[in-house]
Design a protein around this ligand. Structure first.
Ligand code: NAP
Length: 680
């Protein structure tokens, strides 16, 4: 029997005498045990706060993102070992791809976003500088810095790898140490995954610890800099979030809990359309993937009343073809539930629905399990129900049978559909199969506030669509009300959940020093040579040149108009331009001014500047009239190392007229090479 260890204070700790038994989903045999009554949770928290946290915070966002990429690469190379273990949880190979490959893929995405969208520093800037004073000497900037405590991550049993990695990767990139608590039923898979990560020695000591079994008094010992991210049932979430310590210290508590997700067949997507086939296919997949043990699984299937019969017939036929049995077999489409206890729970929930629904497919007492003993393992067939009166029904809208169970119900019109979709009182995802933009818009306005994600699909998107049930690292995951009111994933937002937002106010120099990004009004550093001649590592934030000036003539404007074909009247016709409320008369083209600006600040020789990759935040502030004089201020605003050979330089560019007024302003982006010595 496998003894599942916890990992605390840099050591693997075997289960204690009071360890809980864990059964195989396939045979019902006890295959592992986990749990201790004597884990020193105070020492674990200290270790996270005093060892893991400082070590992580010494690294930059980019260092930590590279670390997460290295972990993902290591796991990817060793994932076969995880597949073999995961089958014991009832998971087929297709389920493993969601959990194990999906978890590793999620890490790769976060690693990439951490490097592309976060600074190679320690402070994340949120939004633009806020002008708080007329003269610009007192400004505001929102920033994020890592929380100084531990991130406690409590996961559900259904995704032992993805569930752990989707929380761990953002916490690592944010710079916050984690204490992971996998669900006991599948903790042996999470343990194996963590062992691979620890053995790789990629993370600093204290970055991650794990508790197999109960958490003891951990939650009572938390403090305001700690956080809890929970995934599981609504009932457990309610218990944990009302822990007195969590309430007393306003400890951040994120809950991802169960919900009654729905999928809707729109009126335009009836039988005979590609959308109808798609609807049936997606619904069947969501009922059978992970044997229906997915937080995003479709529990309610809504179709126009006249089409519920066709839906039941097509979906029932598809589900009847689902092969059930030993998940290791290639010919098995649906494996087992995680345990016989879970199977009993699902059947109890089904019994609770019985007064409101009629079973139309799948008999739990009569089905075949390929290569397995159906009586010993935790097998169930896919079960489809029909609810004839969804308005009068209650339990069908609030009882989550966490297994291969779903109910078809009819709707009269879109208003009725909206009312039914919202009866779930908050869900993670609702899908709508339609090709009609007006239907999509009406439904969005009616239901978006009750749903964390809306998934529209039709013949145009189906080949590339990612699936109703797949939470993506790029998009937020979570939902209001019943779904927990929490939020995870969502690109860089995932990292921010482990950080504190602080409004910082001060002078431009102070904000520049804190954020590592030059703020207009801060001191300018006189460049020792033209900045285009200086390698990436030599450039200093605030380094500035003021260019020579040139007069912009009406011949220049006419020449530009002829050359480019841009003969907009404001540049060509004095009277017409003067009639426009924005112009005093004929003015120079904005693009002409940008081109002249480049002519003024560019140093033309081959050198460290490799390429101009774009402009950001361009604003034309004041028109320039022919005869006026133009000069440019070019300042190094921010630097981001991209590779060992080059980095991105963000330049603040201001075009100024002869009266010292700002004509235009923008950020210029260039890729600049390191000197040969500086790149290593
Ligand atoms: P659960 O019974 O609520 O357990 C969730 C986690 O909480 C497990 O790790 C469990 O540990 C732990 N836990 C239970 N009591 C605790 C306590 N007193 N103190 C500390 N930790 C405690 O849920 P589950 O059965 O594992 O998962 C199924 C549910 O999760 C379903 O309802 C599903 O909808 C939901 N879910 C939601 C999402 C989402 O992202 N929204 C994702 C997956 C699943 P033990 O296993 O040791 O009891």
């Amino acid at each position: 029997m496998h003894a599942v260890h916890s990992y605390a204070l840099g050591r693997w700790i075997p289960p204690g005498a009071d360890a809980r038994p864990i059964e195989s989903a396939i045979t019902g045999d006890i295959i592992a045990k986990a749990g201790h009554d004597a884990l020193d949770t105070a020492a674990m928290l200290d270790h996270a706060r005093m060892v893991g946290g400082p070590a992580l915070r010494a690294l930059t966002f980019h260092d930590r993102a590279r670390m997460v990429k290295a972990l993902a690469t290591h796991l990817n190379a060793n994932r076969e070992a995880l597949y073999a273990l995961s089958h014991e949880t009832g998971a087929t190979m297709a389920d493993n791809r969601i959990d194990i490959d999906g978890g590793i893929g999620t890490m790769f995405v976060f690693a990439s976003k951490g490097r592309r969208e976060m600074p190679d520093g320690h402070v994340y800037l949120d939004g633009d500088v806020e002008q708080l004073s007329r003269g610009g000497t007192f400004l505001g900037q929102h920033i994020y810095t890592p929380m100084l405590g531990a991130a406690v991550q409590i996961n559900a049993f259904n995704f032992p790898v993805w569930g752990m990695l989707e929380k761990l990767a953002p916490a690592l990139i944010a710079g916050v140490p984690s204490i992971v608590k996998p669900a006991t039923a599948t903790c042996y898979v999470a343990e194996a995954c963590l062992r691979l990560m620890i053995e790789s020695a990629i993370m600093p000591e204290g970055a991650v610890q794990m508790i197999a079994g109960g958490v003891g008094d951990l939650l009572d010992r938390l403090d305001a800099q700690d956080s809890v991210a929970f995934t599981g049932s609504a009932a457990t979430a309610r218990t944990l979030r009302s822990t007195p310590t969590i309430l007393a210290h306003s400890i951040r508590f994120t809950a991802e809990q169960d919900s009654l997700n729905a999928s809707l067949l729109a009126p335009d997507a009836g039988p005979g359309t590609p959308e109808f086939e798609l609807f049936i296919k997606e619904a069947a997949r969501e009922i059978t993937a992970k044997a229906g043990q997915k937080c995003t699984a479709i529990r309610r299937i809504l179709a126009p009343e006249a089409q519920t019969g066709a839906v039941i017939e097509a979906l029932g036929a598809r589900l009847a073809r689902t092969t059930i049995g030993d998940p290791r077999r290639a010919d098995v489409r649906m494996g087992a539930l995680v345990s016989r206890a879970q199977r009993r729970d699902v059947l109890a929930k089904v019994a609770a629905l019985s007064g409101e629904v009629e079973r139309v497919q799948g008999d739990p007492d009569a089905f075949a399990a390929l290569g397995a003993d159906a009586a010993r393992g935790a097998f169930l067939p896919p079960m489809l129900f029909h609810c004839a009166d969804p308005d009068a029904a209650h339990r069908v809208h609030d009882t989550e049978a966490f297994g291969p169970v779903s109910t078809v119900m009819g709707y009269r019109d879109l208003d009725h559909a909206i009312a039914l979709l919202n009866r779930g009182k908050g869900s993670l995802v609702a899908s709508v199969i339609t090709r009609d933009g007006e239907t999509a818009r009406a439904l969005t306005l009616g239901v978006a506030a009750w749903h964390g994600r809306l998934y529209f699909n039709n013949r145009d998107s189906m080949a590339e669509s990612t699936g109703h049930g797949a939470p993506l690292p790029h998009m937020t995951h979570g939902g209001p009300g019943r779904a927990g009111g929490g939020e995870e994933l969502g690109g860089v937002r995932a990292m921010l959940h482990y950080m504190q937002r602080t409004a910082v106010q001060g002078s431009p120099d102070i904000l520049t020093a804190i954020g590592g990004s030059w703020v207009p009004g801060a001191a300018e550093i006189s460049a020792p040579a033209h900045p285009f001649t200086r390698p990436f590592e030599a450039l200093q934030i605030g380094e500035t040149i003021h260019t020579a000036s040139r007069v912009v003539t009406s011949e220049d404007v006419a020449h530009f108009a002829d050359f480019t074909g841009d003969r907009f009247y404001a540049h060509m016709d004095d009277a017409a331009a003067a009639a426009n409320p924005f112009f005093p008369g004929r003015v120079a083209h904005g693009y002409l001014l940008l081109s002249f600006a480049a002519g003024l600040f560019v140093q033309p020789d081959p050198g460290p500047v490799l390429a101009n990759t774009g402009l950001d935040a361009l604003r034309f502030l004041k028109p320039l009239v022919p005869g006026e004089r133009l000069t440019v201020r070019l300042t190094v605003k921010r630097k981001t190392k991209r590779t060992d050979e080059y980095g991105e330089v963000r330049w603040h560019v201001t075009l100024i007229n002869q009266a010292d007024e700002r004509v235009a302003e923008y950020d210029l982006l260039t890729m600049n090479a390191f000197s040969q010595q500086g790149g290593a």
